[in-house]
Write a protein that binds this ligand. Structure first.
Ligand SMILES: [Zn+2]
Length: 329
């Protein structure tokens, strides 16, 4: 097996490093194919290493949550035999920890109160071609009433200049100049809600997560999270980014378009579809097998190298789970 950079603190032969991984869905709907890929990929990577696998519900954005979605996600994981370790952590209970981190950053002079409106930022030349859903570039100075940290200000991390290096275990080294391409990024929004970047960094450190395995749509979040870890003196886990599920025109599948069928069908066939997407299809003998059997095979044969260099992949070719349920290859 290829050497995994940054996994172990000691030389070869030292005590095995404990592996603690996690899957962190947001409860905005039932699991869609992309989040199933993240669940299965993070589970297999943890279990293949003999490690632990936690589940964390990222319920930071009540207006976007759907009632019952968190329970539905957990039920799906159970049906697929993706059994987690320990208690479920819900980010909605973690506000005190996020406030403490903000206070530390404030004391270190690393927070920028910001009242820039979304529309003013969106009008900047740097943001004209920004893909939907990606955080807007913020310039070195606020566009509006700076120096007025009134209620209603967002809090941003003052980003240090220069490139940020990071390593993906399979995709290799990466580098991004966050200051030049994104600028100071949001930690607490104008409406008072905590931003994903803050919560994920605080909780990964608090849960002592050693290995982050997630979709490649979060690849540009990794250098931001490294900057925040640096500012707070927190350890950096290792990262592995799974291919992003896209449509045949290369666009990320929307949850609404993708969710309905993703986790339906026989559990073994649902898992086989995900494994096929991850370029490690189960052998034909396992057609029609149950979830436990398919997962057992997948843990024993986990090969993240199989998707090296693949950051996005269409899912249009995946088999219909209803057909697979009947044992068709
Ligand atoms: Zn601003």
């Amino acid at each position: 097996m290829a050497e995994r950079p940054g996994v172990g603190p000691g030389p070869a032969g030292s005590a095995a490093v404990e592996y603690r991984g996690r899957f962190a869905p947001s409860p905005s709907g039932e699991l869609h194919f992309g989040s199933l890929v993240a669940a299965v990929g993070s589970f297999l990577d943890a279990r293949a290493a003999g490690g632990r696998w936690r589940v964390r519900i990222e319920d930071l954005d009540p207006p976007r949550e759907r009632p019952g979605a968190a329970d539905a996600i957990l039920r799906t994981l159970e049906i697929l035999h993706l059994h987690w370790d320990g208690e479920i952590v819900r980010q909605s209970t973690r506000g005190d920890a996020y406030e403490q981190a903000l206070a530390r950053l404030e004391a270190a002079g690393r927070l920028r109160p910001c009242r820039c409106s979304r529309s003013a930022l969106a009008a900047l030349a740097e943001n004209r071609n920004r893909p939907a859903g990606e955080e807007l570039f913020h310039p070195g100075h606020c566009l509006s009433d700076a120096g007025d940290p009134a209620p209603g200000s967002a809090l941003r991390l003052r980003v240090r200049p220069g490139p940020v290096d990071f390593v993906d275990r399979v995709q290799g080294p990466g580098r991004l100049d966050v200051a030049a391409t994104g600028g100071d990024f949001v930690l607490r929004r104008r409406d008072g809600l905590y931003a994903y970047q803050l919560a994920v960094v605080i909780d990964d450190a608090w849960q002592e997560i050693t290995h982050v395995v997630r979709g490649a749509d979060l690849l540009t979040s990794t250098p931001r999270q490294r900057l925040l870890q640096e500012a707070l003196g927190l350890p950096t886990p290792t990262y592995l980014h799974l291919p992003l599920a896209v449509d045949d025109r290369g666009r990320k599948l929307s949850k609404s378009a993708d969710a309905p069928a993703a986790a339906r069908g026989a559990p073994g066939a649902v898992l086989a579809n995900v494994l096929e997407f991850l370029r490690q299809p189960p052998p034909p003998e396992l057609a029609g097998a149950g979830a436990a059997e398919v997962l057992g095979w997948a843990v024993a044969h986990w090969r993240p190298e199989a998707f090296a260099g693949v950051l996005a992949q269409p899912v249009t070719a995946r088999k219909d789970t209803a057909e697979s349920r009947n044992g068709n290859p």
